[in-house]
Design a protein around this ligand. Sequence first.
Ligand code: NDP
Length: 443
Amino acid sequence: MSYTKNLIADVISKTTGETEFHQAMTEVFSALAPVVDSNSRYQEAGILPKMAIPERSIVFRVPWIDDKNQVQVNTAYRVQFSSAIGPYKGGIRFHPSVNLSILKFLGFEQTFKNGLTGLPIGGGKGGADFDPKGKTDAEVMRFCQSLMTELYKYLGPDEDVPAGDIGVGAREVGYMYGQYKRITGRYESILTGKGLTYGGSLGRTEATGYGLLYLMDNILKGVSNGLDGKKASISGSGNVAIFAAEKTYQLGGIPITMSDSGGFVHDPDGIDLAAMKEIKFVQRGRISEYTKHRPNAKYTEGKGMWNVPCDIALPCATQNELHEADAKALTANGCIAVGEGANMPCTAEAVEVFQSNNVIFAPGKAANAGGVAVSGLEMTQNSMRLHWTFEEVDQKLQSIMAGIYEKMSTAAAEYNMAGNFVAGANIAGFKKVAEAMLAQGAV
Ligand code: NDP
């Protein structure tokens, strides 16, 4: 067996049950085989085995009191994966499905993603199995305060700087930030995605969705007339999905579907974004309500969204939401490109279908890196005690996404895999982190 195959088997045998982590690690290490095989320094210094284990994982309980005065308790985690190129950086997720395997896969991916941005940020991820859905603002606040009462010990502007993710938006970041400040008395940049009144960056809310479309536009310009006139199928209706839809319109495309965990809407005339924002951001409602605003749109409960014919597919909800059968349906219906707005939304089998049918495939660690990139820019502004305009931030985001396109294309071509952005993104992200580990004296 080759070095990487052996290593993958070894890591899997030592991390029983961590299926999402196995999936992400297997993809990355398989893509790195030609790099580590041709460079003995990486093997001698044990770079890959070290990358497979977080520098530190913190697991803690979060007790809180609901509105009926009942004590509730959740489990929370912070996985500090790699500080090779900067302080740990990666979001906090609140969702009932959260467990150590999911956060390890996310922290692992984040390490390479952050390397691709070119910014000095390491990799981490955190979260809790808390479901903010159906909770009052007061309950969410008490939960966030209790979580930060433990988590604050491990954060710092030069140590670990989390952001939002699924279930964690401006409201939750605000409550966590307030509690950190209350405990420590320090007004410092320990979270990004903050509100604009207390240190947030313009353009952070939009960054992941916008960045995804900037990358897809860069890629598609190489093969056709960019996004112009393209119909885009987008899953999810949260932060990433909504701003992906907004930028799709701005670049000349038409978003025709969106979803949530209940079902999906298909609006052949193009999604009405004002209605979608009202339902999701203001009312915190369900996507089924969309047809009240748009009688021509159709709501379908459950899955099946990827059967709707489209030119490009942008999965922006969650991991493993797009399966092999979905990939086959998209391919058969003429889809030419897929960009992962979410983290690992396509299963390994689905990716294989796209790649073997020459459907352009942009993996999440490149395609959704715009969010963490602008989080990095938020940290920079906080350090400088300055506030850039939206245009300045957006300009920097565009150039970071163009840089990512360049880096992953060049890395893939260097190893004779031109156009394979999975390999390219993994190799380029890896090299940045691995070289830093070597330089710092690999022990
Ligand atoms: P939000 O919580 O704002 O939105 C998540 C969306 O996905 C909602 O529409 C939600 O529906 C849906 N969803 C979540 N879980 C499931 C599930 N198990 N099945 C079906 N639908 C689901 O999260 P974000 O938009 O911030 O994040 C979406 C993805 O993008 C995640 O993979 C995240 O890791 C990734 N990402 C986010 C970044 C950011 O800046 N926010 C940065 C980079 C990546 P419902 O409301 O019904 O649960």
